[in-house]
Design a protein around this ligand. Structure first.
Ligand code: GLP
Length: 243
């Protein structure tokens, strides 16, 4: 628990930097990092970008997999998660283009795209550290309430609450928010050797309480982290209101 958003971002960014630097990645043995979109990780991405600029960190041997993507939104759309990650992270760090993995929400065969993604994760030896964020209902990536805790990467219909929550990024217009998304599954995230979830803001306090104080439950998919041997939640004081 940190005081506020800035301190949460500082903590997570330092943690990621240390993990990558301690790992000493190379071409033969890259560091595989899972990444979320959404506003929660923005402060962390800003700090990681600054570490790269000042030479304290390199993404040269880091392979990334992002968590999710809207279906049917052009990549160039400002709200696609592709644009988001380029804007907030990739354009500022020395990552190699071929090391960036993003789900393609415009692939001609979406199921095949999901299978390809899972296979790509296996091919690099699995994910070392999966960073994540959650929705106010406790969903991780786009694993909406009711998603199986053994789910893998797949097409998902968004919950109405998520569509409303994310309409703030689409001029406040619910009709502009895509209704489908591609998302890694709960099990895809939990298969990572380490999982670190950023949860900030009073509006997520109920979700945090459900996640850590209630049982593991598919109605609050982030609660699966309770079963992870190396699961970590970084939150601010406001988020602890309901604990
Ligand atoms: C969306 C994304 C999630 C993200 C969540 C929270 O639903 N699919 O991956 O964690 O939003 O976003 P924010 O951090 O902006 O609250």
């Amino acid at each position: 628990i940190r005081q506020d958003y800035d301190e949460v971002s500082d903590w997570v960014a330092h943690y990621v930097k240390e993990r990558i630097n301690q790992f000493q990645p190379s071409e033969e043995r890259p560091f595989v990092l899972g990444l979320p979109s959404g506003s929660s990780p923005v402060g962390c991405y800003e700090r990681l970008s600054n570490f790269c600029k000042s030479g304290q960190l390199s993404f040269k041997h880091v392979v990334t997999f992002s968590m999710d993507e809207y279906v049917g939104l052009p990549r160039e759309h400002s709200q696609s998660y592709y644009s988001f990650l380029w804007k907030h992270l990739y354009q500022h760090v020395d990552i190699l283009k071929e090391n960036i993995n993003i789900l393609d929400g415009n692939a001609p065969d979406l199921d095949e795209e999901c299978r390809r993604y899972e296979a790509a994760i296996v091919k690099v030896g699995g994910i070392e550290l999966f960073l994540g964020g959650i929705g106010p209902d406790g969903h991780i990536a786009f694993n909406e309430p009711g998603s199986s805790l053994t789910s893998r990467t797949r097409v998902k219909t968004l919950a109405y609450e998520t569509i409303i929550a994310n309409s703030r990024f689409f001029d406040g217009e619910v009709s502009k928010v895509p209704k489908l998304a591609l998302t890694v599954g709960v099990a895809t995230v939990m298969d990572a050797r380490e999982v670190c979830i950023i949860i900030v803001g009073a509006h997520k306090s109920v979700a945090l309480a459900k996640c850590v104080e209630e049982g593991v439950n598919h109605m609050c998919t982030v609660s699966a982290i309770q079963l992870h041997p190396k699961g970590l939640i970084v939150c601010d004081e406001d988020t602890t209101l309901e604990l």
